[in-house]
Each structure stands twice: as structure tokens, then as C-alpha cells.
Ligand binder design. Structure first.
Ligand code: A3P
Length: 322
């Protein structure tokens, strides 16, 4: 019996199995054999059981904050770079391995009756995310938030402008969304990043090809903004966690124009970057986007009906002729 040195052997193996070049992390706790050889100094029971997947600019930080107020729910430790978002499944962090992810869920942070959760708003439209998330967290409950995709695109534009994106700062919103395929690459790339996440049905289908629809909860982001306590009360039922009344925990702050945490007689609101003040969208952009998103919104409406989920008012409005 002959063998090659380990490196040569590995190279040969990956030549034969190129599909295995990219790792797909599983949960060592899910397999008795893996559990037996898993180091005593490591853990795996604290992996999140709930994922809030976004998309960006739909109120995901508000939802994260409201969830973290629940005594049974424990978020990940913050990342020094991306704050509350770990962005594990959708970018290079995945290549840092399972230990990297687990370190944000230390066992001393939660007790046995608590449930850990994570929110990264870029998960929603990340190509590899549903497959990777399912490989590690097959029983997780998945939460997505949907608002009008036109409003989402506009909010995203304001967001990257305030982060100093040069292309966004040198181009109007309309120039970006209406850039055609002969426009400079930078502009086309920005257009795609701005518009693509709003093709909700496309991404939801991809998630649903990995996760059972019963594991999936879709939040109307417009109601999350105007009636957060109702949304949170329904969400608790979906998550099967003890009921706390969010009507008592959240209070409308007229100055902020949003619901905030009620703290004694005062309110604790999200920072300036959430609930920005900017001019309304130009009429021509609103019309352009309504047309642009019609096929995607139609597909979303059909998908929601198929899943037996309510069709939000914003979606009915987008699909109306008005
Ligand atoms: P704008 O800043 O464009 O108004 P995300 O956290 O996913 O980035 O979403 C940000 C958006 O959340 C904000 O977009 C805001 O409209 C919305 N939002 C919903 N509820 C909110 C709340 N209670 N406080 C602040 N922003 C909230």
C-alpha cells in the first residue's frame, strides 16, 4: 500500500473533488461521533437558534434591539468591526471557521433556558448564505423583514451616501437606479447593489429551497415601524417564547418620529443613522421603481399567497394602478 505526503494527498483529493474546495461548516453537536471528538474546551450548544436575515434598510436594527429586550433572547457579542452584525455566512468571515463564529456566542453569556440569536441584514441576498446557514443551523427560525422595495432602495442610497461612497455622492438617486448597461461599471455595480435586494421573491425562494416554510417568519416592515408592539407580540408566538407585552416596553418618541425603548419616563432611541432625515423621493424615481419592481412584487404576492401568509398593505399599494 503506497501513499503520498499529506500535502500532495490533499492536492490530489481536491483535484478529484473540486466541489469540496469550499468548506461547508456543520454543527458538531448534531452528530454523536463529532461530539465525541470535539475538544472539551469548545462548545457548540450556544449556536443561534434564530437568524434575522434582513435585507438591509428594512428596520433590522430596530428588530434586533426589540428582540434583545426579551429576557429569554440573547444576541451574539458584538464584532469590533461590524458591531452587532457578524456577517459570518456571507463573506470572508466564513473562511475563518466555526471557532471564529462560536466565540461570539460564549457559553457564559446565556443559560439553558435562553435562546441565542443573530442578525446580519446582508444575509438575505447573499448567494451562499441559505446553504451555509442551513448546513450549520438546520433547525433555526429565520426572520425576514420586507418593506416597499422602492423605499428600501432609496434608504440604502441615503445610507451609503452618508458613509461617503464617492459614486453615490457624485450621482443622483435617479442616475443610479436608471443607469443602463452602457454606463460606467462603478455606476452599474452601485445600481445592482441598490436594486437587487428588493427582488424579494427571488431571494425568498432561495431560502425556501433550504428551509421549511414553517421555520420562516416574514415581518411587514412598514408595520414594524408604525405598530412595533403588535409585530413583536406576534413574533413571540412564532418563536414560542414566553409572552411579554411590548406595548409596555416601547414608546413613540415624537422628536425621533419612531418607537423607542421606554426607560422609566424617558425613551432610548436608535442612533442618528437609523431613521435619517432626507428629502422625499423624486416623482420620476418613484414611477421608475414602481414599474421596475412590478414583476418582482407580483411574484412576491403569489409567493405569500402560496405560503398562506398575509399580503402586506404596502405590497397591495405597489401593485395597485394608482
Ligand atoms: P431610514 O434611516 O432610511 O429611515 P436597518 O436597521 O435595517 O438599516 O434599517 C434602517 C431603517 O429602519 C430606517 O431607515 C428606519 O426607517 C427603519 N426603522 C424602523 N423602525 C425604526 C425605529 N424604531 N427606529 C429607527 N428606525 C427604524
Amino acid at each position: 500500500l503506497a501513499s503520498a505526503p499529506p500535502l500532495a494527498l490533499a492536492e490530489k483529493y481536491f483535484q478529484l473533488r473540486p466541489d469540496e474546495l469550499n468548506p461547508l461548516w456543520g454543527n458538531p453537536c448534531d452528530d454523536a461521533r463529532h461530539r465525541r471528538i470535539w475538544s472539551k474546551s469548545k462548545w457548540c450548544d450556544t449556536l443561534p437558534k434564530i437568524l434575522v436575515i434582513g435585507p438591509q434598510k428594512t428596520g433590522s436594527t430596530a428588530l434586533y434591539t426589540f428582540l434583545a429586550m426579551h429576557p429569554v433572547l440573547v444576541p451574539n457579542q458584538p464584532s469590533p468591526i461590524t458591531y452587532e452584525e457578524l456577517q459570518f455566512f456571507n463573506n470572508n468571515n466564513y473562511m475563518k471557521g466555526l471557532d471564529w463564529y462560536l466565540n461570539f456566542f460564549p457559553p457564559n453569556q446565556s443559560n439553558a433556558s435562553q435562546i441565542t440569536f443573530e442578525k446580519s441584514a446582508t444575509y438575505f441576498d447573499g448567494d451562499l448564505v441559505p446553504r451555509r446557514a442551513h448546513a450549520l443551523l438546520p433547525n433555526a427560525k429565520i426572520i425576514a423583514i420586507l418593506i416597499s422595495p422602492s423605499k428600501r432602495a432609496y434608504s440604502w442610497y441615503q445610507h451609503i451616501r452618508s458613509h461617503g461612497d464617492p459614486v453615490a455622492n457624485n450621482n443622483t438617486f435617479h442616475a443610479i437606479i436608471s443607469a443602463n448597461d452602457s454606463a460606467p461599471k462603478q455606476l452599474r455595480d452601485l445600481r445592482n447593489r441598490c436594486l437587487n435586494p428588493g427582488k424579494y421573491s427571488h431571494y425568498l425562494e432561495r431560502w425556501l429551497s433550504e428551509y421549511n416554510s414553517h421555520q420562516f417568519h416574514i415581518i411587514d416592515g412598514s408595520l414594524l415601524r408604525s405598530e412595533p408592539a403588535i409585530i413583536m407580540n406576534t413574533l413571540q408566538k412564532f418563536l414560542k417564547i414566553p409572552h411579554i407585552d411590548y406595548h409596555k416596553l416601547l414608546k413613540y418618541d415624537a422628536k425621533k418620529g419612531f418607537f423607542c425603548q421606554a426607560v422609566n419616563e424617558k425613551t432610548k432611541c436608535l442612533g442618528k443613522s437609523k431613521g435619517r432625515v432626507y428629502p422625499p423621493m423624486e416623482d420620476r424615481s418613484a414611477k421608475f421603481l414602481k414599474r421596475y419592481y412590478t414583476p418582482h412584487n407580483t411574484a412576491l404576492s403569489k409567493l405569500l399567497v402560496r405560503l398562506g401568509r398575509p399580503v402586506p398593505q404596502w405590497l397591495k399599494d405597489e401593485l395597485s394602478n394608482g
